[in-house]
Design a protein around this ligand. Structure first.
Ligand code: HEM
Length: 407
């Protein structure tokens, strides 16, 4: 199809003025991709699709959603009511809303797998550090966007989740109260908070688009890593295949499978047992009644556990901040010359344990704390940091396997 478009007179007209054909060829159709990329390399393309879907469904939701905590005659807030109207009265409103709400979880799922792939195969290492660092910025913006979006339905979990998190700022010395007040637009979560969060929730995905563009540009400058983590001569046809049709078809197949799963959840099980959409959030926000158990959505719970693992609130906040900040320096902590975990036996065990560790952290943050879970969470928090620090010393002990000559 692209070929047909590129042969048209209109395209020729545009091409003379922009050089579009050369860009499309070098960045897409004739872009060389390593021959041995496995299925773990499809998640970047899937993430792009979910980002677009989130923006499109979000735009339609915003046409009907009203960010106001003022009460209607029925006693509900305008915001809560407008979401219910989308679900009941707007044509296909339920589909748009569930695609968006489930989409948030699917987006994180895909991006976490995408990050895990990068960690396992050493895609964060030289010369791809900047791709990784931009990825961490993307992750932070995604977390912010999800947190802001969660307040919008103005349900019990929205309200109390935002209250717990914004109150945390109060523990930061000197500027804490001011930051909290700026974020809330007052002294507690209320109507001004909802308006701010709505505005930022709209802005953040647009920032994501810009940073993802940078992420891809940086990738196309240094080219993709591969499962063996070895440097490849990009001009040698023994090493690479054309992006189109080989990678485009593979990505399209993976995207189709992903969409089947995604739409199955949207149509048949959007709440996913409360993991994707909290049941408590169908109860309108009530500032006089605290829910029995307040927890963020699953994709934020690993960090919530790190926060809760410390008795002193400020230390918990610092640890949570550090657990995210350490991701930025990850490429510089790991100095091993070998990239892929396939050829690094010790790193392989450590990184697999790290993945399990993050799942344990997530589990501990999702459920109500018991003494046992608290200790488990603390051990998991310890390993989270241990993993990164140990990387500094790993090359001294690790005996790597010989790398293959080519792919
Ligand atoms: C909106 C979210 C994101 C989108 C749309 C996105 C998109 C992509 C795409 C299309 C690729 C190339 C295909 C592939 O390797 O799968 C890629 C590569 C990469 N991404 Fe992302 N990404 C996102 C988030 C992240 C995050 C959060 C990280 C890490 C913190 C990250 C790290 C990387 C790395 C290191 C590569 C290079 C992979 C390689 O060459 O092996 N990305 N990304």
């Amino acid at each position: 199809m692209l070929d047909t478009i590129m042969k048209t007179k209109i395209f020729a007209w545009v091409d003379r003025r922009t050089g579009a054909e050369a860009i499309i060829k070098s960045q897409l159709t004739e872009y060389p991709a390593p021959k041995n990329l496995n299925w773990m390399w499809v998640f970047g393309a899937i993430a792009m699709l979910v980002l677009v879907l989130q923006i499109v469904t979000g735009i339609f939701l915003a046409m009907y959603y009203k960010p106001s905590a003022m009460e209607t005659l029925g006693g509900f807030s305008v915001a809560f009511d407008s979401v219910e109207r989308i679900m009941r009265d707007v044509n296909f409103g339920w589909l748009i809303r569930y695609t968006h709400a489930v989409g948030a979880s699917m987006f994180f799922l895909v991006v976490y797998i995408h990050m895990g792939r990068g960690m396992y195969y050493g895609s964060y290492k030289e010369p791809r550090e900047l791709i990784w660092i931009m990825g961490v910025v993307i992750l932070l913006i995604m977390q912010g966007a999800a947190f802001f979006g969660y307040l919008l339905p103005w349900g019990q979990m929205s309200f109390w989740g935002a209250t717990v998190i914004t109150n945390l700022f109060g523990a930061i010395p000197v500027l804490g109260d001011l930051i909290g007040q700026l974020l809330m637009g007052g002294f507690s979560v209320g109507d001004p908070t909802l308006n701010r969060f709505f505005s930022l929730h709209y802005l953040f995905p647009l920032l994501l688009v810009a940073i993802v563009a940078g992420h891809i540009h940086a990738l196309h400058t240094v080219h993709s890593n591969n499962p063996d983590g070895i440097d490849l001569d990009q001009s040698d046809p023994n090493n690479v295949v054309m992006f189109h049709p080989y990678v485009t078809m593979k990505d399209a197949f993976a995207v189709s499978l992903f969409m089947i799963l995604y739409m199955y959840i949207v149509f048949f099980n959007p709440q996913m047992g409360g993991y994707f959409i909290e049941v408590d959030n169908y109860v309108p926000a009530n500032n006089l009644q605290t829910p029995a158990h307040i927890a963020p959505v699953w994709y934020l719970t690993p960090w919530y556990t790190i926060l809760r693992s410390f008795e002193v609130k400020l230390v918990g906040i610092a640890a949570m901040g550090a657990s995210l900040a350490i991701l930025f320096v990850y490429p510089f902590l790991d100095r091993s010359k070998v990239r892929s975990a396939r050829y690094r036996p010790m790193y392989r065990s450590m990184v697999i344990l790290f993945f399990i560790d993050v799942i344990v952290l997530g589990y501990c943050g999702h459920t109500a704390t018991t003494e046992t879970l608290k200790v488990v969470g603390q051990i998991a928090t310890f390993y989270y940091f241990f993993f990164f620090i140990a990387l500094l010393f790993l090359p001294r002990f690790e005996k790597t396997k010989p790398l293959p000559e080519g792919v």
